[in-house]
Ligand binder design. Structure first.
Ligand code: BTN
Length: 241
């Protein structure tokens, strides 16, 4: 993998998508500062300049290698690599579906995967990852944490990226190995616990128990009241934290 560091970008995902044709597969776009970091659901991603990791991995695929239905496996891989990297640093973590990484009840990493399609297959994927590293105060966010807050240490941000990419590269050849989904499910945040959710299709709040994530990336949840089992896609359910 080749890392291209920038002092300032609007967003590493936006940079990767703007110049997708020019960046070969395996390029990593990293920025010390993002002025318009993007999150899920059109949210902003806030990260203090120079204190955190904000980067995007460009992967390109050939000849219908990855059908669109398999796209969630890129989430499983990326989430597994971040979790394994953080665990190497001594931080126990869980994966909040679809791709937030939590340390205890606080978010330490967010991911934004943006795919470009060729027919019904993936042509390229931009895997945007924000890991909170040295930042210790999060004025805009109620439930954020960082590596530094979890371990009490201060990190060299560039070395963190090198270490993370070593884990990611090691796992990449096993993209479709069943163990990727098994490990994802083993780390699943709130799995087996009764907790509050909002069904965004019916705009109804309910208590549910997460049973797991399916191979097509849906959240399998049992209604704790009616015992009915349902499957949700991204943006069809939200967690009440
Ligand atoms: C989320 O939790 O809502 C997803 C956050 C994703 C943030 C990363 S930081 C690097 C990359 N560039 C962006 O603009 N966003 C992602």
């Amino acid at each position: 993998m080749t890392v291209r560091w920038f002092d300032t970008l609007d967003s590493t995902n936006s940079e990767a998508l703007r110049h997708l044709d020019e960046y070969p597969s395996g390029t990593v776009i990293a920025a010390r500062e993002q002025t318009a970091g993007r999150g899920q659901r059109g949210n902003r991603w806030f990260a203090e300049a120079g204190q955190n990791l904000t980067f995007s991995i460009v992967l390109k695929f050939h000849g219908g290698e990855i059908p669109v239905v398999k796209a969630p496996w890129l989430n499983f891989l990326a989430a597994g690599a971040v979790a394994a990297y953080l665990e190497d640093q001594g931080v126990a973590c869980s994966v909040k579906w679809p791709n937030d990484i939590y340390a205890g009840r606080r978010k330490i990493c967010g991911m934004l995967l943006e795919n470009s399609l060729s027919g019904a297959s993936l042509a390229a994927s931009v895997i945007g990852i924000g890991i909170n590293v040295n930042q210790r105060e999060f004025p805009q966010l109620a439930n954020a944490t960082s590596l530094a807050l979890q371990t009490g240490r201060t990190y060299a941000v560039g070395a963190c990226l090198t270490d993370f990419l070593a884990v990611f590269e090691q796992q990449l050849p096993a993209l479709f190995a069943p163990s990727q989904l098994e490990e994802y499910n083993a780390r699943l945040f709130r799995k087996g616990e009764a907790a509050a959710y909002r069904d965004l299709l019916t705009d109804r709040e309910f208590r549910g128990i997460i049973l797991g994530v399916t191979e097509d990336g849906r959240l399998h949840i049992q209604d704790a009241g009616t015992r009915e089992e349902r499957f949700y896609r991204f943006k069809e359910i939200s967690y009440i934290l």
